[in-house]
Design a protein. Structure first.
Length: 147
């Protein structure tokens, strides 16, 4: 017989957007939403906005039960799409159609999951590290052909 811990398992989702920074705390066993937070995005101090919204959703919770954190940066995505900010390189994971974006480089990496979250192709952490540490070039690779 399989024994389950009575400890909750929490997941956190955070999105730093152009106007607001949002967060949600979810019980990953029951899928119940345990807390939501929304704070104005502080462009001069993005980290503080994230800390504030996390404090809102984590009051009186056992942070040792947090097993997953998903972070989305709508703010960075929008700036890249609008051609604002620093030079950007993309790492695209999995099979995609070619696309145009205002970035200086695109690196296509093997890996990915299906719609149920099952791994389809393994992601190489070594390849990610090599890509991150390589100088940004102005080359634009084409995606690999579909299998």
């Amino acid at each position: 017989m399989q024994k389950f811990s009575s400890q909750p398992i929490y997941g956190i989702g955070i999105d730093t957007g152009g106007t607001y920074t949002d967060a949600v705390l979810v019980d990953l066993r029951s899928h119940a939403v345990l807390g939501v937070g929304k704070r104005p995005t502080m462009h001069h101090n993005l980290g503080q906005g994230i800390v504030d919204v996390l404090n809102d959703i984590l009051s009186a919770k056992n942070t040792g039960c947090i097993k997953t954190i998903a972070f989305s940066t709508t703010l960075a995505t929008n700036a890249s799409a609008e051609g604002r900010g620093a030079k950007v390189g993309l790492m695209v994971i999995g099979q995609v159609k070619p696309f145009d974006a205002p970035v200086v480089s695109v690196h296509y990496l093997d890996g990915g999951h299906d719609h149920l979250g099952r791994e389809v192709n393994a992601l190489s952490i070594e390849r990610i590290v090599d890509t991150v540490l390589s100088p940004i070039s102005s080359t634009r690779a084409e995606p690999p052909p579909p299998d």
